[in-house]
Design a binder for this molecule. Structure first.
Ligand SMILES: *[C@@H]1O[C@H](CO)[C@@H](O)[C@H](O)[C@H]1NC(C)=O
Ligand SMILES: *[C@@H]1O[C@H](CO)[C@@H](O)[C@H](O)[C@H]1NC(C)=O
Ligand SMILES: *[C@@H]1O[C@H](CO)[C@@H](O)[C@H](O)[C@H]1NC(C)=O
Length: 396
């Protein structure tokens, strides 16, 4: 739902968001990279396994050795797969966080929020954590692609995701959240998995959970195996589970200059139509619900859907809910990733019309391959010294 982070946002005008069009926007905005190379490296240490085994919180500042791989369930929060939530433990307090490869802040609903913003959420209470260490004077403030935002204070704590535990992880405490977050009660915060260069903490940007964990994983990777329509999927850290895909993995280079998992797509095809070669500058973003692609792709797609049209009152393409939707193929190098047509029927809009899962990227500045795309594939986020993305067909 929330999608990529906009670090400096000057020209934004957004329409309000609804469940039917989570990243609906209009106007003109730009995502500006925040330059920050001051990474805070977590040092390696040896005792993570033992602490996990004995189920004891790890002492603060004790980083972990290898063998810290883990797997966590990613559950869709609603019938439309608007976002996927994963249980995350902060020193034993478990919250449901939206894993977002389009931003780099780990922030949580907390007891520091005004009571009007707490309602319905699980709150992190730093005063109940034995490992909490406040970072005095540190602040954060983030605005997402859909215009939502949050801000607050910072500390470090022990964070556990599935079997992966890290200590000294920056946890950003919300003291203010926008209304979209207040009303999204299933969601207790975000866990950003983009590059740490776009973390918003000042005076010093902090590491993402993945960057903190990286040196303790068997391999510096995480994978996303998201599922369509209410089935839980998984994020795995440190390993590539060969039971989750078939065929070979196609890797593509990632350009990290903007802090995103950004790559160049090779083109598209609609239904059984021929493949059109075209360079598409895109990000792989688990925190964005839909696919946002160049107008040429969008018009070629909906031309094949009878009754489809752009509906300005809905802020995107809609079509009769009874329509049969063609598959959409998106190229990754020579690999042709197929998004099944039924995934592109995102949700009911108004009357008998449904809102499309493929929409225009006009005004964003790049394409976004969000959950509608990602849940059709097995995806590897490889954080090696030369980062890359891997895509393969899901095993059935
Ligand atoms: C956070 O940033 C937004 C957008 O730049 C700004 O309007 C807001 O006042 C900031 N909030 C805080 C607490 O600094
Ligand atoms: C759509 O793609 C699926 C694979 O995901 C394939 O089995 C099916 O035959 C395709 N449908 C059409 C009409 O091409
Ligand atoms: C966005 O604004 C910039 C600067 O004002 C302008 O150059 C550009 O053409 C605008 N783009 C769109 C799509 O309106």
């Amino acid at each position: 739902m929330y999608g990529f982070a906009q670090i400096a946002l000057a020209l934004a005008t957004f329409l309000s968001t609804t469940a039917a069009s989570p990243l609906r926007k209009s106007g003109n905005f730009s995502v500006v990279q925040k330059l920050n190379t001051q990474f805070v490296r977590s040092g390696p240490a040896a005792y993570a396994r033992a602490f996990k085994k004995f189920n004891k919180p790890m002492p603060h500042d004790l980083a972990v050795a290898t063998g810290n791989d883990g797997s966590v369930t990613a559950s869709p929060e609603d019938a439309y797969d608007s976002e996927y939530l994963c249980p995350v433990s902060i020193d034993g307090q478990t919250l449901a966080l939206d894993f977002d490869t389009g931003s780099a802040d780990l922030w949580v609903f907390s007891t520091s929020l005004p009571s009007s913003e707490q309602k319905g959420h699980t709150l992190f209470d730093p005063s109940k954590s034995t490992n909490w260490k406040a970072l005095s004077g540190y602040k954060w403030n983030i605005t997402y692609g859909d215009g939502s935002g949050a801000s607050g204070t910072v500390g470090t704590d022990v964070v556990t995701v599935g079997g992966t535990s890290v200590s000294g992880q920056a946890v950003e405490i919300a003291t203010k959240v926008s209304s979209a977050f207040v009303s999204d009660t299933a969601n207790d915060g975000l866990l950003g998995l983009a590059f740490s260069s776009i973390n918003t903490v000042t005076p010093k940007a902090q590491h993402t959970f993945f960057d903190t964990a990286k040196s303790s994983l068997s391999s510096p990777v995480f994978t996303a195996d998201l599922k369509h329509r209410q089935l839980p999927g998984t994020y795995d850290f440190g390993t590539i589970d060969s039971s989750k895909y078939t065929g070979t993995i196609t890797y593509i280079d990632v350009d990290t200059a903007n802090g995103f998992w950004e790559f160049t797509g090779s083109g598209y095809a609609v239904g059984s139509g021929s493949f059109v070669s075209s360079s598409i500058d895109a990000i792989a973003d688990t925190g964005t619900t839909l696919i946002y692609v160049p107008d040429a792709v969008v018009t070629a797609y909906y031309k094949q859907v009878s009754g489809a049209s752009y509906d300005s009152s809905q802020g995107g393409y809609t079509f009769p809910c009874s329509a049969t939707l063609p598959n959409l193929t998106l190229g990754i190098g020579s690999y042709h990733a197929v998004v099944p047509g039924q995934y592109i029927n995102y949700s009911p809009a108004s009357g008998s019309k449904c809102f499309g899962g493929v929409q225009s990227d006009s005004g964003i500045g790049f394409s976004i391959y969000g959950d509608v795309f990602l849940k059709s594939q097995f995806v590897i986020f490889d954080g090696s010294s030369t980062p890359r993305l891997g895509f393969a067909a899901k095993s059935t």
